[in-house]
Design a protein around this ligand. Structure first.
Ligand SMILES: Cc1ncc(COP(=O)(O)O)c(C=O)c1O
Length: 382
């Protein structure tokens, strides 16, 4: 049935009853290999690195949720970013948002750069900076929006237009908002990437990553990487993501509502020196957030002034857990400089604005009054 609404797609895309048994849930095909029907013939699958029926269903679901043509899942978000950049050749130029998840910078700087790929970090909040950086050999512009943890936004439609004119593709890391709150492909992006570990899984019980493509050529490109490099997602973890996305629209509504309430409370608290949340009118890109996103989400970052202040805050929290990661049903708080951005040098952190006093919150789906009360008592301890 064409044109189904989002909440219907989340429950049904790729998740139809098993044709053989009628099972309502997608079966978990825990098999490494498949019996062949003859020499060079099979029933659709031959070996699970190349393809697995549970994985096929998840890929179908994720392509539908992002409005893409195809999707390819990998063993983690980092494996997905590795697959995104693996097809680049020596001499190609890659532009990446200048403040991104530290793991992305670690991959690009400590691994990919050695293959002769030219990597340039550009402040993509500035379209002029992008135009100036694009070169004839620029193959990919990789955007993270909002960025982790500074919540800076990039105008996906404008960046896509400029990059396409220069012959480069645009990929968007949509992890912080999920397809429920931001649709990069509809805005003009070519490829969407997620750490499915976060909102798509939603329950903090499995790692994963995905690349959603928009062209038949993306299917060939990323399928080759799955088969050749092997960093695929296991059938059981595919099942966990399939289960998670059935409730994605509902969870995101609650994450969004709680996020706005918590940000509002923190924005006037005297112990919070600065808050980074695109849903507050004080955020410099509030208008872009309102235009480009379908919600503001539940990720935000606070400046508490010093590492010691963050230490006291984290120790006092009772509902929020002091843990890295995000996007699960439970609220988490983490010290950016020693967790997500530990891979960067002190100088690089200072350059992009990751100070020792930053703490990032992933607001969960608990009762918002309890979350605000927990933050209030922990800030008293700062
Ligand atoms: C924005 C973003 N992209 C990618 C990743 C990497 O994902 P994973 O931990 O699943 O490898 C993370 C992890 O925190 C992230 O926050």
């Amino acid at each position: 049935m064409p044109d189904q609404k989002y909440a219907t797609l989340a429950v049904h895309a790729g998740q139809y009853p098993d044709p053989q048994t009628g099972a309502v849930n997608v079966p978990v095909y825990l098999t490494s290999t498949f019996e062949l029907t003859g020499i060079g013939t099979d029933k659709g699958w031959d070996y699970s690195r190349a393809g697995n029926p549970t994985r096929d269903r998840l890929e179908e679901a994720l392509a539908a949720l992002e409005g893409g043509l195809n999707a390819h899942v990998f063993g983690s978000g980092m494996a997905a970013i590795s697959a995104l950049v693996a097809p680049l050749h020596a001499g190609d130029h890659l532009i990446c948002s200048h403040n991104v998840y530290g793991g992305t910078a670690r991959l690009l700087d400590q691994v990919i750069r050695h293959y002769g790929i030219e990597i340039e970090y550009v402040d993509l909040t500035s379209l002029d900076a992008l135009s100036a950086a694009l070169k004839p050999n620029t193959k990919l512009v990789h955007v993270e929006t909002p960025t982790n943890p500074l919540m800076q936004l990039t105008d996906i439609a404008a960046v896509s237009e400029i990059a396409h004119r220069a012959g480069a593709e645009v990929s968007v890391d949509n992890t912080f908002l999920s397809p429920a709150l931001q649709s990069p492909i509809a805005l003009g992006a070519d490829i969407v990437m997620h750490s499915t570990t976060k909102f798509l899984n939603g329950h903090s019980d499995g790692l994963g990553g995905v690349l959603v493509g928009t062209k038949p050529e993306h299917r060939e490109r990323f399928y080759l990487i799955q088969k050749a490099m092997g960093g695929i997602l296991s059938p059981f973890e595919c099942f966990l993501v399939l289960r998670g996305i059935k409730t994605l629209p509902l969870r995101m509504k609650q994450h969004d509502e709680n996020g706005r309430a918590v940000a509002e409370f923190l924005s006037t608290h005297p112990k919070v020196k600065k808050i980074f949340y695109p849903g507050l009118k004080s955020h410099p890109q509030f208008e872009l957030a309102a235009r480009q996103q379908k919600g503001f989400g539940s990720m935000m970052t606070l400046e508490l002034g010093s590492r010691e202040a963050v230490g006291r805050f984290l120790a006092a929290l009772q509902v929020f857990l002091n843990a890295e990661s995000l996007g699960g049903v439970e609220s988490l708080a983490s010290h950016s400089a020693t967790t997500t951005h530990a891979a960067l040098t002190d100088e690089k952190r200072a350059e992009i604005g990751i100070t020792p006093g930053l703490v990032r919150l992933s607001v969960g789906i608990e009762d918002k009054d309890d979350l605000i009360a927990d933050l209030a008592q922990a800030l008293d301890a700062v």
